[in-house]
Design a protein around this ligand. Structure first.
Ligand code: SAM
Length: 230
């Protein structure tokens, strides 16, 4: 059980919808007060509860720390999350979309999925899906209509193509996405810069507009975080 701290409103600075800084550290407004997901600290400020968000454990938090200009995801959005693992980042996205939004969490490995299911039992705006992101038609039955946003963190050699096929099937026209490009999963024989360049070209060739690209060091090495629009 986490020991809760209390702070004053002077310590709180809002940077995006439901995303705050408390003493320069990131936090999301907890949509499910009293619950933690990965042992993060909880802080009370004027009757609201905030969950601290570690940029070394979540690439979206790392991207925000490194200057992401728009959180992209808004309250009420539907989000398709590919590579959810045990739910660390997707739980913060669940805070951002709030109870009027939904996060479809696709994960193909059974071990992290077990922990993810535990998170989704409490966070009822998260839907756990055992599925392979390379076969988007297989989880069609779980997803209602098209989504506003796709978040992808699958660390696979064909990750641009995986994003494209999921976007074709599920992303609204004008919808946006975040893609975590792990250069070493794509080609270890090339430098990270070469891999980023060819990956960005592939995304543009698929017709996506690149809104922003952020190198994630020191939070994650050999990773480029890319914000795109369909
Ligand atoms: C780096 S971890 C994700 C961490 C998570 N995004 C977070 O920040 O909390 C990558 C995850 O993608 C999953 N994954 C890789 N390829 C996948 C695929 N084709 N379909 C579904 N999940 C996949 C892995 O099993 C792993 O759990």
């Amino acid at each position: 059980m986490n020991k809760k701290e209390k702070r004053s409103a002077h310590d709180l600075l809002q940077i995006f919808p439901s995303v705050f800084k408390i003493d320069e550290k990131l936090a999301t407004l907890n949509s499910y007060p009293g619950n933690t997901v990965y042992g993060e600290r909880l802080i009370d400020i004027e009757e609201k509860e905030y969950r601290m968000w570690d940029p070394f454990r979540s690439k979206l938090a790392g991207a925000i720390k490194k200057g992401l200009r728009s959180s992209g995801i808004k309250k009420g959005d539907s989000v398709l999350y590919l590579g959810a693992a045990s739910g660390t980042t997707s739980s913060h996205i669940s805070d951002i979309v709030g109870k009027s939004g939904i996060v479809y969490c696709v994960e193909f490995s059974e071990r992290p999925l077990r922990d993810l299911i535990g998170v989704c039992e409490i966070r009822d705006n998260m839907v756990p899906i055992l599925g392979d992101a390379r076969k988007p038609q297989e989880y069609k039955k779980y997803i209602e209509g098209k989504v506003d946003f796709i978040y992808q963190d699958v660390a696979q050699p064909d990750q641009m193509r995986i994003f494209k096929i999921n976007s074709d099937m599920y992303l609204k026209d004008g919808g946006e996405g975040f893609i975590c490009i792990k250069s070493q999963s794509i080609d270890v024989t090339k430098s990270s810069k070469q891999v980023y360049k060819s990956s960005l070209k592939e995304l543009k060739d698929y017709g996506f507009t690149i809104i922003q690209e952020i190198e994630l060091s020191p939070y994650d090495l050999n990773h480029l975080f890319v914000h795109v629009k369909k």
